[in-house]
Design a protein around this ligand. Structure first.
Ligand code: UDP
Length: 332
């Protein structure tokens, strides 16, 4: 298929571009490089030996989005573009609503105008809010705790409404758990601009000595060692899930929500220990207060992905730690 990838230069987007090309699809990418750089796409071209059209454009710019649809025959869209930092979303909610919501509406309107009615959307386990139990399946109640999460849930709702209004649409909403790791070549990786928020990039900063120590947010949660438990998933597995989702929307109409996680919970201290063991480094760390808004445990029931997409994660925690570190060292 001919797939338009929004936000294709980002961490997950660039890995998905690689897997789509590797699976024989053709891609067209647009990105405004707000939190990414063109280099990732150049690396995708180098790794695959395939070239593709890249548009530097913002999804709020309707004329530029229309131009992409005018100039290409597009079968489906994978929509990664969006702001994603929880703390920033609390400080700048209007910026988040304008970019993520208005941008998506413009994209969907343009798709409808050009009769492109297949979309895979990059959602997040954040839409489950504070889950009552784990593992989390797709029918759990939804609830969000910050503007970033709200944009994900609002976009999910918009997509479900579009499917009710027009039965020709095919929508797969992928709810990601905690993506980490990097491509085996080390040429694609997470490269956050500014101060990172997530555990793995912060852990790496501590391992490199860029910060004195990693702050571990709380050790008094009701978990096996008191630290927060998450479902870390290798970004290569996650990217492959998008190829499966594209196969699925080719044959199915309506909207479906699917978790992409491993189903295994891992605590902050377990992640630190695995990282130290696999990479032979020390991660200085210090227990501090809980971070407001954090939940104790969050991990997926990934059985629907297996049933509907024939997908399950194959890479484990050791590969995630090894590949994250190797990609950072490769660059150094
Ligand atoms: N965490 C931590 N120190 C950090 C960043 C995160 O202890 O510097 C913990 C956080 O409390 C949570 C886990 O690591 O238990 C994953 O946090 P992250 O922000 O990566 O993902 P999310 O909380 O959104 O699932």
């Amino acid at each position: 298929m001919n797939i338009l990838v929004s936000g294709g230069a980002g961490f997950i987007g660039s890995h998905a571009c690689f897997e789509l090309l590797d699976a024989g699809h053709d891609i067209i990418v647009f990105d405004n490089y707000y939190n990414s750089s063109p280099e990732a796409l150049a690396n995708v071209e180098e790794l695959t030996g395939k070239s593709f059209k890249i548009y530097e454009c913002d999804m709020l710019d309707r004329a530029s989005i229309e131009k992409i649809f005018e100039e290409n025959t597009i079968d489906a869209v994978i929509h990664f573009a969006g702001y994603k930092a929880v703390g920033e979303s609390v400080a700048k909610p209007l910026m988040y609503y304008n970019n993520n919501i208005t941008g998506t509406v413009i994209l969907l309107e343009t798709m409808a105008k050009y009769n492109v009615k297949k979309i895979v959307f990059s959602s997040s386990a954040t839409v489950y809010g504070v889950p009552e139990t784990v593992p989390i399946n797709e029918s759990f109640p939804l609830g969000v705790t910050n503007p970033y999460g709200r944009t994900k849930l609002m976009i999910e709702d918009i997509l479900r409404d579009v499917c009710v209004s027009d039965k020709d649409w095919s929508v797969v909403i992928l709810r990601y758990f905690n993506p980490v790791g990097a491509h085996a070549s080390s040429k694609l990786r997470e490269n956050p601009k500014g101060i990172p928020n997530n555990l793995m990039p912060r852990l790496i900063q501590a391992a490199k000595g860029e910060v004195e120590y990693l702050t571990v947010f709380g050790d008094d949660y009701p978990t096996r060692d008191g630290t927060g438990v998450r479902d870390y998933i290798h970004v290569v597995d996650l990217a492959k899930g998008h190829v499966k989702a594209i196969d699925y929307i080719a044959d199915n109409k309506g909207a479906i929500e699917i978790n992409l996680g491993t189903g295994n919970g891992c605590s902050v201290l377990e992640l630190i220990k695995t990282f130290e063991k696999v990479n032979g480094v020390t991660v200085p760390h210090k227990i501090v207060e809980r971070r407001p808004g954090d939940v104790a445990e969050c991990y997926a029931d990934p059985s629907l992905a297996k049933e509907l997409l024939g997908w399950s994660a194959v890479l484990g925690l050791e590969e995630m730690c090894r590949d994250s570190w190797r990609a950072v060292m490769y660059e150094a």
